[in-house]
Design a protein around this ligand. Structure first.
Ligand code: NAI
Length: 809
């Protein structure tokens, strides 16, 4: 409101009656002098924090105060030399940091948590000045959650060796964070990274670097060993220098989907770990039996919290038709009473937008909404003219395909649509490429819990919204990114199996033998030609001839010709993807039912064990024993995943709420798999079995060099009640076929075990729809169950959905 004065301002000499009628607010500003003094003490200029020292930058940029538009500080613009120095410091600090025992690292994280609490108000005021968000939020939400994250992760540091046995830290981690929750995003990234034993190079967003700078001071004050935490400030070019730095082992990013895609492309083939927390267009679904007054308050929290600059903001209001008019009337009433003004005022609901460019973007999208025919409603009062403010805004008459219904506006703008049935609500909710969060409002718990698993997103809040805690994972499905932050699931993002560092790699691709067209089945002249048994592709539960009409010869390692397989192409892959999608019912089976089918597969494979062993050694040239061992291992592996099918369950997180957060393991969807050449049967089974045990459907490209074990395997599939489309096999040239999978928008993940060039191409192509990838080009000893099976595979096969369910009336 203009100058924080509400529309119903009392007259100059108010009576008690008039005051009650107006119920207006006087100003209630939080003092900012200590924080402005702190900035002044530094001469208003800040450098980088590298190797435990403050380093002046070679240039600086200006940081502005969103509520006034005035300069707040000068901050160093990081160059690639600064990033080099920070990475070198982080690398140098790594051995000693990793050599600490769990308790020692826990003590450091604990010290940081205490320090944040001790300076909580300083951090809150600084964040409000720098970002423009209301002090009520920084003081009561952001900063307490920051401390909570450091406490929680002090706990994981303490438990690291016992709870994450067999794993250790990535090494040096590069972290790039956005401006909407500057200190909170720092905490979400730094706390788990340090707890797991990594060292860190962090870059805050250019609009909001000040609380990260204050955090670096705190790091210094508590005496964290130099180089364990390094801060380089700067813009996107500094971020890009971190992302492409060869000395960094893992990148963790939160920000726009566009930059997330660029980072996926830039890191392709580098071997770096990657987690991305990106944008969203989260649905806020209201059924007609919901408590509409609670819903209104929920909407306020969903879209006007932090001025709507929240990745998981409930920005799409989906209302059941019968209550839509009533809800919208209540909502307009509430919007009329929202207060927008100085974020330091303790009684405002909304502060300033972070930067003019962001304000312009919001305005332009609103205009586009109007131009596309939607109806825009804003309260009658005007927002302050100084600084960068935007009023709460409601759009109705919005088509589901409208730009404002599809694009992340990242501002206080709500678009509303209606639905009639629960099915329609789910279809509308899932009708964007994103998948970060959703709110479901209904007094019928059966309905709410029926809807939650059908929503394609990483977090669902039942009759609530924007709940966060360090014990519960947060992160997206689809183009909202991958990886989780918080809880046990978040810790995995900063850990690797020990084997990856220590095992001597197996050669991955067997050398191609010189072609020898002599057959393995010589025939006497004059005999009848044998009946051809050229294997086909296996798509949708049926044998299918390759679209190309070509077959390729399979040679043994010694060059003998051992058979032919169909040469699959793009069309075959597309058909297989379609068949896999049509087999969605597989995900709905119980773990027990899936286990039964995996056991049946093992049983039928064991009946034909000798034939499979012969076939393998005919191709590989290994002694028969080796073939027998491989088939036995494949049978055992099927048993392993039959065993896991009803045991890889989720968790109930202990969050500070009267209620629970259910961490559900959900299948990723349709997964493309490119199998390794060694162990042609075991490799296939080792990758496909964990995926189908957890409810995924698979399009697999068998070993290119030795595909016959896989084509024999489809006859086992046919006799084992595997529903059509759950496992599809397309033989042919691995890198060409996998490229089609990686490009395909209806493929949700690709697992690739092949060459470095192939892995790079898969990761690059995956950026288009941000599919999850797992690529390896260094080889595994598939026979060894410690590396060939188990939780590592299962974790990769699922994504965690956290469903928050408050109790009580
Ligand atoms: P952004 O994604 O460009 O910025 C996030 C961080 O990435 C910043 O630290 C930035 O310096 C850095 N960065 C930029 N380009 C980079 C690159 N090529 N390599 C590495 N790091 C890079 O977000 P921006 O431009 O500030 O906001 C634009 C839009 O992005 C917003 O309007 C909003 O829609 C969305 N956004 C979404 C966020 C989320 O949490 N989902 C957070 C911030 C922005």
């Amino acid at each position: 409101m203009a100058g924080t004065t509400p529309p119903n301002t009392p007259s100059a000499t108010p009576t008690v009656r008039a005051l009650f009628d107006a119920m207006s607010y006087g100003p209630a500003p939080e003092g900012d002098a200590p924080v402005r003094d702190w900035i002044a003490r530094h001469g208003g200029t800040f450098g980088h924090y590298i190797g435990g020292q403050w380093v002046a930058g070679s240039g600086t940029f200006e940081v502005l105060e969103p509520a006034t538009g005035k300069p707040l500080a000068q901050v160093a613009q990081g160059t690639s030399a600064d990033v080099d120095a920070a990475v070198a410091a982080a690398r140098a600090a790594l051995p000693a940091w990793q050599a600490l025992d769990d308790h020692a690292r826990a003590r450091w994280l604990y010290a940081l948590a205490r320090g944040i609490q001790k300076h909580a108000r300083h951090f809150a005021v600084l964040e409000t000045l720098d970002n423009g968000k209301p002090i009520r939020e920084t003081r009561d939400i952001d900063v307490p959650l920051v401390a909570r994250h450091f406490y929680h992760h002090a706990g994981w540091a303490q438990l690291l060796s016992s709870e994450f046995a067999g794993h250790h830290a990535y090494g040096v981690v590069g972290q790039v964070i956005p401006w909407n929750f500057p200190l909170l995003m720092l905490a979400w990234k730094v706390a788990p990274a340090l707890a797991a034993g990594n060292t860190v190079v962090l870059k805050p967003a250019e609009f909001t670097p000040l609380t990260a700078i204050r955090f670096a001071e705190l790091v210094h004050e508590v005496g964290l060993p130099p180089g364990v935490f390094n801060l380089v400030t700067g813009d996107g070019s500094t971020g890009a220098a971190i992302v492409s730095h060869e000395g960094i082992d893992k990148i963790a990013f939160t920000g726009s989907t566009e930059v997330g895609r660029a980072i996926r492309t830039a890191t392709a083939g580098s071997g770096k770990g990657l987690s991305l927390e990106l944008g969203g267009k989260s649905p806020f679904i209201v059924f007609e039996d919901a408590d509409l007054d609670s819903v209104v308050e929920g909407v306020v929290d969903a879209i006007w919290f932090n001025q709507g600059q929240v990745c998981c903001a409930g920005s799409r209001l989906l209302v059941q038709e019968g209550v839509s008019d009533r809800l919208l009337a209540k909502l307009r009433d509430r919007m009329e009473r929202l207060r927008v003004g100085s974020p330091l005022d303790k009684a405002v609901d909304m502060g300033a937008i972070v930067a003019p460019v962001q304000l312009e973007r919001i305005r332009a999208l609103c205009q586009q909404g109007i131009d596309e025919g939607a109806t825009c409603w804003q309260p009658s009062w005007a927002e302050p003219a100084d600084g960068w403010f935007h009023p709460p805004t409601l759009f109705t008459n919005v088509a589901p395909s409208a730009t404002i219904a599809q694009v992340e506006i990242f501002g206080p703008v709500l678009v509303s649509m209606t639905f009639r049935t629960p099915e329609e609500a789910v279809a509308l909710a899932n009708n964007t490429p994103f998948g970060l969060a959703a709110s479901v409002w209904s007094e019928n718990i059966n309905l709410a819990l029926d809807i939650a698993p059908k929503l394609k997103c990483g977090v669902v809040w039942i009759n609530s919204t924007n709940l966060f805690d360090a014990a519960a994972g947060f992160g997206g499905y689809r183009e909202s990114g991958f990886g989780r932050e918080g809880g046990r699931e978040g810790m995995w993002e900063y850990l690797k199996p020990v084997r990856a560092h220590e095992a001597a790699p197996l050669p991955f691709i067997h050398p191609v033998a010189p072609a020898d067209e002599s057959s393995d089945e010589p025939r006497d002249a004059g005999t009848m030609p044998r009946i051809d048994r050229t294997p086909k592709l296996f798509i949708g539960g049926k044998q299918a001839r390759p679209d190309s009409g070509y077959s390729v010869t399979v040679h043994a390692l010694d060059g003998r010709r051992v058979g032919e397989v169909g040469e699959g192409n793009r069309k075959d892959i597309r058909n297989a993807v379609e068949a896999a999608h049509a087999a969605g019912g597989w995900a709905k089976l119980s773990g027990h039912q899936r286990a039964q089918i995996l056991y049946y597969l093992a049983e039928n494979l064991s009946v034909r064990a000798e034939e499979f062993a012969q076939r393998i050694v005919a191709m590989t040239g290994d002694p028969l024993d080796a073939g027998v061992t491989e088939v036995e291992a494949a049978i055992s592996r099927l048993f392993t995943y039959a065993a896991w099918a009803d045991k890889h369950d989720g968790a109930v997180h202990d969050v500070p709420l009267r209620g629970v957060a259910l961490a559900m393991h959900e299948p990723i969807g349709v997964v493309g798999v490119a199998c390794p050449d060694p162990y042609p049967l075991l490799g296939l089974v080792s990758l496909v079995a964990p995926l189908i045990a957890t409810g995924n459907r698979v399009v697999a490209i068998p070993s290119e060099r030795f595909p016959l074990a896989a084509t024999d395997f489809y006859s086992v599939l046919e006799t084992s009640d595997v529903p059509g489309g759950v496992i599809n096999l397309v033989t042919g040239t691995r890198d060409a076929l996998v490229r089609t999978l990686a490009d395909h928008d209806d493929i949700d993940a690709v697992w690739y075990f092949g060459s470095h060039a192939g892995a790079t191409a898969v990761e690059k192509a995956s950026a288009a729809n941000l599919k999850r990838t797992w690529t390896e080009w260094t080889g595994r000893e598939w026979l060894d169950p410690r590396v060939g099976e188990g939780r590592e595979f299962l974790r990769r096969a699922v994504q965690v959905k956290n469903i928050w369910i408050p109790y009580g009336e």
